[in-house]
Design a protein around this ligand. Structure first.
Ligand code: MN
Ligand code: MN
Length: 336
């Protein structure tokens, strides 16, 4: 066995699910979901620390780490109803982005080729490029859409003299052909970046970007309904990329580039649940959790719950598709 394990600290898995070894396909051949750690923050432009994100997301939970987590609302166990295994971290040296990102892309591609959904724990957002591209390499370039939760558009061209960094993955994805410009749906943008010429480029390429004021006025659900329609038009799968800074710094302080005025934790969890119930999700990443800047594990706990909401909802989507009573959030909890 050549499992790499953890780049930092003990080799623990997401809430105690079984390990797998990416170099031994038999260990994940029947998996529905493979968790991958991307302990990389060499793409950050401001505060670093996201290299410690994967371990924090895996372990920040007050319940036993027993590989089981029944969802109160959804009545599924995302870690048991789906076969979830954790491949450990991908070796990613933060000092060499041009080696680290291709290593992750190869790992994600392996998982997708085995028919499992990769769930990548970041890491800074530069990893969205290898994450979504690794999936699209298998499912087809142009056939995977992107729903991207973030305070920032991440569509910069050259930043600090480099093509690679956490402010540019969405532009690089588009340029690679992996994701069509008119299948980028961005939710939660706000603040004072990027500059107008970048927004003009996004408009030409057909991005649909929901800014926080629009979300406040029209309602998050209305925006998600619209985004979902675009994301599934002529695409076979949806990649869900969650930058934890989409949430207000009060709800997610442990992140590198906090921007005031974001979603609440409740809104993000509801949105992730809904999208994973309704859409054919083919890959997920949760990024920009920076434990050194966190307080009382607020951000790490939220990211852990984002992963659990997604898995619980995917499990419920599969159960509903197999027949029986469809999930109905309007029904009283104890009658579901
Ligand atoms: Mn981002
Ligand atoms: Mn961001």
């Amino acid at each position: 066995m050549t499992r790499y394990g953890a780049q930092y600290g003990p080799d623990v898995t997401f809430l105690g699910v079984d390990r797998c070894d990416l170099s031994d396909e038999s260990t994940y051949a029947r998996a529905d979901v493979v968790v991958l750690g991307a302990p990389f923050d060499g793409g950050t432009s401001h505060r670093p620390g996201a290299r410690f994100g994967p371990q924090a997301i895996r372990t920040t939970d007050y319940l036993p780490h027993d590989g089981s987590r029944p969802s109160l609302a959804l009545r599924t166990d995302g870690l048991r109803d789906l076969r979830v295994v954790d491949a450990g971290d991908v070796e990613m040296y933060s000092g060499d982005i041009e080696v680290a990102l291709p290593a992750l892309e190869a790992a994600v591609e392996r998982v997708a080729r085995a028919g499992a959904i990769p769930v990548i724990l970041g890491g800074d957002h530069s990893i969205a490029y290898p994450d979504a591209k690794g999936v699209a390499n298998v499912l087809g370039h142009g056939l995977v859409s992107m729903i991207h939760f973030d305070a920032h558009a991440d569509t910069g061209d050259v930043e600090f003299g480099s093509l690679w960094g956490h402010g540019q993955p969405m532009r690089r994805l588009l340029e690679s052909g992996a994701v069509r410009g008119d299948r980028f749906l961005q939710v939660g943008l706000r603040g004072y970046w990027p500059p107008p010429e970048t927004l003009d480029w996004m408009a030409v390429e057909g991005f649909r970007s929901y800014e926080m004021t629009e979300i406040s006025r029209r309602g998050l659900d209305t925006c998600l309904t619209e985004a979902s329609r675009i994301a599934t038009d002529d695409c076979d799968g949806v990649f869900l990329s969650v930058d934890i800074d989409v949430c207000d710094p009060g709800h997610a302080p442990g992140t590198g580039t906090p921007e005031p005025g974001g979603l609440t934790a409740r809104q993000l969890l509801d949105a992730v649940r809904r999208l994973c119930l309704e859409l054919p999700i083919v890959g997920i990443d949760v990024v920009e959790v920076s434990p050194p800047y966190d307080h009382a594990d607020i951000t790490a706990a939220l990211a852990n719950r984002v992963v659990l909401e997604a898995l619980s909802a995917i499990a419920r989507r599969r159960r509903d598709a197999a027949g029986g009573d469809a999930y109905d959030p309007d029904r009283p909890l104890l009658e579901r």
